[in-house]
Design a protein around this ligand. Structure first.
Ligand code: G4P
Length: 312
């Protein structure tokens, strides 16, 4: 099953970004540190191509610190890009964000040439939490000012430093299947868009291979590496008392428990993808997508030919 979601205010947000982006000096993209590439919006990459980019790996408190370092190094090696890790426990995030933006656009930041920064991120990545911390006492919301779209709000972070907020949206078409599962596991996708059991099985399959010790500790299991995802879901259900009449495991309940434990960090600090893994998934996804497109084109061509025959 592919994860399908309704992308929300995608068209309005796209328009708001398109309108604003020409006069933007730096684009901050908030990513989920547990799934950095899967939580990156491809629509944003397209709209902001060529702009200095600050990748913020948010919720780093929930992510595997070794892998966070790996992702930071990956992004920092890209041209015109800086990356840093963040979480809600950081008392003064404005300082690091402001400094990183000055590093990316050193000529901006005066009253004559203010620094104009766009901040974007998918739902649930922690953007509201961060914006509220950033607002503090000093910042002002000026959303109804002329020229500022209703969809965004402007926050003054320092003298001559303006942050433009955008609504959190997803994109309509997912090419990397694994990204859909990771987004669902993280809580970025609404519940109606996916099947808990399927998402939990994918999650367990990844965890048993990469975070076996955490899985064993949390659910008091042994040798999880040599068990299938199905066996693990059953085992979790039994250990956590997710049972139905007749003593059978309530798989729905067990799936919810696994997903909830991942989201809350109860399983430990976990990251569901590495840069190398994601590159492989993306290559596979693109290949499948190209095959799908070829099939679609063939069907449309066939339809067009038949329609012509009938019309004659
Ligand atoms: P959004 O605007 O991007 O949609 O996200 P929002 O700030 O609403 O945060 C989504 C959830 O993530 C909230 O939890 C929030 O508390 C949590 N969160 C935000 N930043 C961090 C972080 O750095 N680390 C961790 N561990 N969690 C973070 P919630 O359970 O949905 O709501 P609440 O009960 O905490 O209010």
């Amino acid at each position: 099953m592919a994860i399908q979601w309704f992308p929300g205010h995608m068209h309005l947000t796209r328009k708001a970004i398109e309108e604003r982006v020409r006069e933007i000096d730096v684009v901050i993209e908030l990513l989920d540190a547990r799934l950095p590439a899967s939580s990156a919006n491809p629509m944003l990459a397209q709209l902001t191509a060529g702009k200095p980019a600050l990748k913020v790996l948010n919720k780093q408190d929930l992510a595997d610190p070794v892998r966070t370092d790996e992702w930071l190094a990956h992004y920092n090696a890209l041209p015109g890009t800086r990356a840093l890790g963040l979480d809600a426990s950081m008392a003064a995030p404005a300082k690091v964000l402001v400094q990183a933006c000055y590093d990316l656009a050193p000529l901006r930041g005066s009253m004559v040439k203010p620094m104009r920064v766009l901040i974007c991120g998918i739902p649930n990545v922690g953007k509201s939490t961060l914006i509220n911390t950033l607002k503090g006492k000093r910042a002002a919301k000026t959303g109804d000012e002329a020229g500022v779209t209703k969809l965004e709000q402007r926050i003054v972070l320092a003298d001559g430093f303006y942050l433009f907020d955008t609504p959190g949206v997803l994109w309509p078409r997912i090419i990397v299947a694994k990204s859909g599962y990771n987004l669902a596991a993280s809580g970025a996708v609404g519940r109606n868009a996916f099947d808990d059991e399927e998402v939990a099985l994918e999650l367990l399959d990844y965890l048993r291979q990469h975070y076996g010790k955490q899985l064993e500790a949390r659910y008091q299991l042994n040798d999880v590496r040599n068990q299938s995802d199905e066996q693990l879901l059953e085992a979790v259900g039994r250990k956590r008392g997710a049972l139905q009449s007749g003593g059978r495991v309530n798989r729905q309940k067990a799936a919810e428990l696994v997903i909830q434990d991942f989201r809350a960090g109860t399983l430990g600090r976990i990251t569901l993808e590495t840069p190398d893994e994601f590159a492989q998934w993306l290559a596979q996804g693109k290949q499948l997508d190209a095959q799908r497109q070829v099939k679609k084109d063939a069907i449309e061509l066939d339809r067009a030919i038949r329609f012509k025959r009938v019309a004659r």
